[in-house]
Ligand binder design. Sequence first.
Ligand SMILES: [Zn+2]
Length: 148
Amino acid sequence: MIKSPTKMLINEYLNQSQKNHIIATLLKHYKVKVRVVYKPIKDYAYYVFGKGVLEISNKKGVIKNEKDFLITVLHEIRHAIQATKLGWRNLQQSYELEIAHWQSKNPKDMDGWMRNKREAISFEKEAEKYTQKNWKKWHKQFKKEGLL
Ligand SMILES: [Zn+2]
């Protein structure tokens, strides 16, 4: 069976060059350096401590639309900014201490912090707060540029 390339383009919420442009614009604005890798992961994205790598899911149905994409990228860039401010080793250590603290209070649910990141980890709370405050401004700008 042959897949229709036209149909695939219609179904994709943003094409690769739109994604590249959004990410390049944001990285330049926030003055952070990360290498972007697309992977078929079931979570939206990861910022990998110490590698300066931003992994973004290209698994179908995980990131559903342009808003999801923008919010995901902004959130992860915020982690890259946190890493720049604190040093990635300090960030990783503090992050892990907060996980350990959460686990010590929830010994029967050691992985539960992952489902409660914003409550468990101050860096997640801060990144999410920042993202919620800023994504609309970027959305508006990318719309104005005719990109979205
Ligand atoms: Zn996060």
